[in-house]
Design a binder for this molecule. Structure first.
Ligand code: GDP
Ligand code: MG
Length: 690
């Protein structure tokens, strides 16, 4: 099947525990991809295939699986729900055309749903909403829809009315077909029946249908004209209007259900086919011309265009690493040669696979619009563009946030040191938000990531999957440095090394700079007058500058939000070398940074705490003592919601403290927000100057 209009590339996103995994599991089951229903609570679901996730009951590593529904092929990317893994969500959204956002009918919009929603706005991803857990005591469909409208400033359009509530919830009225759907036939809900609207709901359903007609009519002039004349729209008009409105991001159809109790999930699959875009409905992908960075190139989703594809995920697999690829234009063929322009490498694409939940099918080619896995790439990493050998294009790189927390790590037995380093390398390949560094002087190995849980998970993986037992130090804040004014300096070396003279001189300017979203935090530019030195030295100069910036001017922390400009350089025909230029450039940057008013930056976290009234005062007071700035307080149901920004350094062990302050009743979520300059007295403490 290669009718592109019948492909849906979608993700399911949600706040942790809203029911994303359960919903995904049911989607796979009803579409016949798996034959036995799994349960999150006994660790048997398919997408949570990582044992770590099963233990914790959360989804960390996303996997792409294909399923079929009606005449559509749905490529489903499982996005993680935990706050420490926001980057994973962001990365998936980048390659998706549409998303199902799952909400808890009792909680409504939660912190993480808000984050996901904002990211989906950023990447212009059309959405449908699934209000899950309608069976739960206190479930409130209208309240959840209202919170989507108010907290997310969205335009949710209700296309169903629930039948029964809480314990007795058993189906819904489909407002488009105007029929009642009861999902109680078989225990697993795989048979369901459409019928008349239950009598007691007839008035409510008619009113809701009327509201639906009106809201859809508002989306389109032609529909409005019809509506004004006939005071109603037909089912086909509603579907077409909702589809158009959803794809142009002007509305979000809302459905209700209970994944756990097998209610309403087939309707979600229908809605995916009906309302979410096919690859043909989204704008052509844009990229840069690698031969001329100022030129923008566009590629349509057409098999006749040259190949453009992005690798968005690498998953370690016993049969060889799986490189998950979204093909945007052209055709990706097995046994072909492609260009990885970003790395200036040619790559062989030996084998292609379509991934199902429990099996994979080897395929010969993947058309534009599809998501498939490649095995056998050698030099490609997450975020790289693959394109045809004669038509280079560089798609925008997937951006990853800076790591905010780090921890020393060593093998339990020193004989395992090389094994540990190899394992860490494997992990960084699969997870771009994870990094490690080996101190050249002390040999200490430091790993860094997005939060305490992230590093904890990494250590478990080292031990369990990669078989290296480790000891770790205390988690530490990953500080950064920046400068407050611009400065220029020269680095000059002229010395004897092993009987050979070495000469190079480099002058640079460093200045504060605010990167645009997605732009690297350190920018290097050359304003060298032409003909001053031979261009062969430029890469060494850039490497020297970057190396020095990486080591900071105060406490060895990487410099960010800085532009380094090469102003001048001198060479000697006899005595210059790459090493000499690299050292001279590093000296120049080092001296310039020292004169540029360097300051220490600390990561600030965005925190949301949800607490019953009784503990509000205690939680608030504790946050204040942690240097938090409360940005908003509001009510969600009977609970207070506190939004705050707080320095990560003050938030260690917060989970325990918050639990004891609220007798376990409050909950919170936290994610990196930005970097702020540290108060000088605290900075001095960090730098060991007190
Ligand atoms: P995720 O963290 O978003 O992937 O959520 P899970 O699917 O892991 O579900 C979290 C918890 O909510 C589990 O204990 C599920 O059994 C439960 N759950 C999921 N869907 C429903 C539902 O429709 N109703 C109720 N009452 N519980 C649900
Ligand atoms: Mg889950």
């Amino acid at each position: 099947m290669d009718d592109l209009s019948r492909i849906r590339n979608i993700g399911v996103a949600a706040h942790i525990d809203a029911g994303k995994t359960t919903t995904t599991e049911r989607l796979l089951f009803y579409s016949g991809t798996i034959h036995k229903m799994g349960d999150v609570d006994d660790g048997t679901t398919i997408t949570d295939f990582d044992a770590e996730e099963q233990q914790r009951g959360i989804t960390i590593y996303s996997a792409a699986v294909t399923l079929h529904w009606r005449d559509c092929r749905i490529n489903l990317i499982d996005t993680p729900g935990h706050v420490d893994f926001t980057a994973e969500v962001e990365r998936s959204l980048r390659v998706l055309d549409g998303a199902v956002v799952v909400f808890d009918a009792y909680e409504g919009v939660e912190a993480q749903s808000e984050t996901v929603w904002r990211q989906a706005d950023k990447y212009k991803v059309p959405r449908i909403c699934f209000i899950n857990k309608m069976d739960k005591t206190g479930a409130n469909f209208a309240g959840a829809v209202r919170s989507i409208e108010e907290r997310l400033h969205a335009r949710p359009i209700q296309i169903q009315v629930p039948i029964g509530e809480e314990n007795s919830f058993r189906g819904f009225v489909d407002l488009i077909a105007m029929e009642g759907v009861l999902c109680e036939g078989e225990r697993d809900g795989s048979t369901w029946s459409g019928g008349p609207t239950p009598a007691e709901l007839r008035d409510a359903a008619l009113a809701a249908r009327h509201a639906l007609d009106e809201r859809v009519a508002e989306l389109d002039d032609e529909l409005m004209a019809h509506y004004l004349e006939h005071e109603t729209l037909t089912a086909d008009q509603l579907r077409a209007g909702l589809r158009k409105g959803t794809i142009s991001l002007r509305c979000q159809p809302v459905l209700c259900g209970s994944a756990l109790k097998y209610v309403g999930v087939q309707a979600v699959l229908d809605a995916v086919c009906d309302f979410l875009p096919s690859p043909l409905d989204v704008p052509p992908i844009e990229g840069a011309d690698p031969n001329d960075p100022d030129k923008r190139l566009k590629r349509k989703c057409s098999p006749d265009e040259p190949l453009a594809a992005i690798v968005f995920k690498v998953v370690a697999d016993p049969h060889g690493d799986l490189y998950f690829v979204r093909v945007y234009s052209g055709v990706l063929k097995a046994n072909s040669r492609v260009n990885n322009v970003g790395r200036r490498r040619k790559e062989n694409v030996p084998r292609l696979y379509r991934m199902f939940a429990k099996r994979r099918d080897q395929i010969e080619q993947a058309f534009c619009g599809d998501i498939v896995a490649v095995i056998g790439l050698k030099e490609t990493l997450t975020g790289d563009t693959l394109c045809g050998p004669n038509n280079p294009i560089l798609l925008e790189r997937i951006e990853f946030p800076e790591t905010v927390i780090s921890m020393a790590i060593e093998p339990r037995s020193s004989a395992d040191r090389d094994k540990l380093l190899a394992a860490l390398k494997t992990l960084t390949r699969a997870d771009p938000t994870f990094a490690f560094k080996e101190d050249a002087d002390t040999g200490q190995i430091v790993i860094s990531g997005m939060g305490e849980l992230h590093l904890e998970v990494i250590c478990h993986r080292l031990e369990r999957d990669l078989n290296v037992a480790t000891k770790t130090g205390k988690p530490r804040v990953a500080y950064r440095e920046t400068i407050t004014r611009s400065a220029e300096a020269e680095g000059r070396i002229h010395r004897q090394a092993g009987g050979k003279a070495q000469f190079a001189a480099v002058t640079v300017r460093v200045e504060p700079f605010t990167p645009a979203p997605g732009e690297p935090l350190l920018r290097f530019a050359s304003r060298l007058p032409p003909g001053k030195i031979r261009p062969v030295w430029l890469p060494a100069i850039e490497a020297g500058c970057r190396g020095a910036a990486q080591n900071g001017a105060l406490g060895g922390y990487p410099l960010i939000n800085v532009q380094v400009t090469l102003l001048d350089a001198e060479e000697s025909a006899e005595e210059s070398s790459e090493v000499a230029f690299e050292i001279a450039a590093a000296h120049a940057v080092q001296r310039a940074m020292e004169q540029a008013g360097p300051v220490l930056l600390e990561p600030i976290m965005k925190v949301e705490v949800v607490t019953p009234e009784d503990y509000f005062g205690a939680i608030n007071g504790d946050l204040n003592a942690r240097r938090a700035i409360i940005t908003n307080t509001s009510m969600r149901g009977r609970n207070h919601v506190i939004d705050a920004h707080a320095p990560l350094s003050e938030m260690f062990g917060y989970a325990t403290q918050m639990r004891s302050l609220s007798q376990g009743r409050a909950s919170y979520s936290m994610e990196p927000s930005h970097y702020d300059p540290m108060p000088p007295d605290r900075a001095r403490k960090v730098l060991g100057m007190l």
